[in-house]
Design a protein around this ligand. Structure first.
Ligand code: ADP
Ligand code: ADP
Ligand code: MG
Length: 472
């Protein structure tokens, strides 16, 4: 087992890895930028190192991270999500330096990092893919000829894309030609690679993804699915496990398909195979994420399996402790991404200082977060402040628990998604499980949510009083 792990990440996911390491008796080393000097993960790690002046580059500087790891006597590096987590070169560099990269092989990362290639792998493994171009599209003639054969709407996608960037729905030739160029530019600036391709746009699908765990001894299982259909700008906002629309039979079939895709690249460690499920219950592979995902929490809540602990054990060469039959899904879980952003202003990221903080608690409530009173949100990173994850026995109970927890949640001084999330939990369609990826577009009234009504000074006084009372 590892003795010392470097976490090449920050924020809530760094905290998540620290927690798993503590339970395993592993020491932790983190890196941080000046703006995060007072961050919780920096305080909780056994060792913290300030990186260079640029708040982002330090998390992307592979050589500097590996050099630091060697100097600190680290034997494993956990990349979290984002940053270097899906960078095959980094995984290779770790291995070449005698440090274990806690994730899949460089080869699996590379093969799945390109969506065009990943689609081909899935197709060869007998898994349905969204009808699309077999190769990347390099000129308008190719694009127009695919459009003529397939019909609109189509989706323009970046081959190396992630985080919802470079995706555009197009409904005619003119839009296609325009958005191809937009997507290419976005892809080039976000991913350093302007390759794009086209897919048929599936109308009103569910985003259904399967959590995979595979060890280095050939054991591979799935931990059921997550429904991540509540999205804005093709980015997830609320994630649910299990899906309300899958039955046992479809779960088994999609789970097998997910495993087939992972096996095709000799996958090991934790990974996610993403599908779209259309209204006629046809499913199509869209991509594989070769890392821990933001929403891994909901799977943990219904399986009682610690995914980060599993990642570490697998990387250490241990065999999986459970088989497919051992995995049972109990109840429901919902994750709300509490972002520092303004839903009414196209979810524009907000920065500021937290003036009052009180986190919800009680039965079935989990917070993976990084905020506290006086914390100043740096403008350089993702807007994710905390993940509120609730579990319950039934869907109804879980929704009401999410609503109650959002009501309890005090996070002031900056706009957050809390009041908007609360409004969603009150929506009859959401409560009845009537939603797909078009949910927020089809419910503009949800943006009429009520902001906090109590004056700020009362909230500050109350949250201080509650903390004092709980501390008695
Ligand atoms: P999920 O883990 O559910 O896919 P996100 O799509 O929000 O969640 O991605 C997780 C994190 O990784 C976010 O910080 C996102 O911005 C970042 N990310 C995902 N893919 C890429 C990529 N290809 N390049 C850069 N950042 C990415
Ligand atoms: P990313 O790598 O940015 O996560 P994905 O390919 O996973 O990109 O797609 C993100 C989201 O965009 C999906 O969850 C879905 O809502 C939407 N999407 C992607 N491809 C299609 C498609 N062919 N038809 C309809 N929606 C799509
Ligand atoms: Mg995706």
């Amino acid at each position: 087992m590892f003795k010392r792990i470097l976490i090449a990440n920050r924020g809530e996911i760094a905290m998540r890895v620290i927690r798993a390491c503590r339970e395993l008796g592993i020491r932790t080393v983190v890196i941080y930028a000046e703006c995060d000097a007072t961050a919780i993960y920096v305080k909780k790690a056994d060792e913290a190192h300030l990186i260079g002046p640029d708040p982002v580059q330090g998390f992307l500087d592979m050589q500097a991270i590996v050099d630091l790891a060697k100097r600190s006597g680290v034997d494993g590096i956990h990349p979290g999500y984002g940053f270097l987590s899906e960078n095959a070169e980094f995984a290779k560099l770790c291995a070449a330096s005698g440090i274990t990269f806690i994730g899949p092989s460089p080869k699996a990362i590379r093969l799945m990092g390109n969506k065009v290639q990943a689609r081909e792998i899935a197709r060869k493994a007998g898994v349905p893919i969204v009808p699309g171009t077999e190769k990347s599209v390099t000129n308008p003639t190719q694009a127009l000829s695919f459009a003529a054969r397939t019909g609109y709407p189509l989706m323009v996608k970046a081959s190396m894309g992630g985080g919802g960037r470079g995706l555009h729905v197009v409904r005619n030739d003119q839009e296609l030609l325009t958005k191809m160029e937009v997507s290419r530019r976005e892809a080039l600036s976000s991913f350093g690679n302007g390759e794009i391709f086209l897919e048929k746009y599936i109308e009103r699908p569910h985003h259904i993804e399967f959590q995979i765990l595979a060890d280095k001894h050939g054991n591979i299982i799935h931990l059921g699915e997550r429904d991540c259909s509540i999205q804005r700008r093709h980015q997830k906002l609320i994630e649910i496990a299990p899906s309300l629309v899958l039955d046992k039979e479809l779960r088994a079939r999609m789970g097998e398909a997910a495993i087939a895709v992972a096996k095709a690249v000799n996958y090991d460690n934790a990974g996610t195979v993403e599908f779209l499920l259309d209204p006629n219950r046809n499913f199509y592979f869209i991509e594989m994420n070769t890392r821990i995902q933001v929403e891994h929490t909901v799977t943990e809540q219904i399986t009682a399996i610690d995914l980060v602990r599993s990642q570490i054990e697998i990387a250490a060469g241990l065999p999986l402790e459970f088989s497919q039959e051992d995995v049972t899904l109990q109840g429901y879980a919902i994750q709300c991404r509490i972002n520092a952003e303004d839903p009414r202003n196209n979810f524009r990221p907000c920065t500021g200082t937290v003036t009052a903080y009180f986190s919800p608690g009680g039965i079935g409530v989990r917070i993976d977060g990084m905020a506290y009173k006086d914390y100043t949100i740096p403008p350089y990173y993702d807007a994710l402040l905390a993940k509120l994850v609730v579990r319950g026995r039934t869907w109804e109970e879980t929704v009401s628990r999410a609503h109650r927890s959002l009501e309890e949640f005090v996070l002031r001084g900056v706009k957050t998604t809390i009041p908007f999330m609360k409004r969603i939990m009150e929506d009859p369609d959401f409560q009845a499980g009537r939603f797909d990826t078009s949910f927020l577009k089809l419910h503009p009234e949800l943006f009429d949510f009520e902001e906090y009504t109590d004056p700020e000074d009362l909230v500050v006084a109350l949250s201080t009083a509650i903390v004092a009372y709980e501390g008695l």
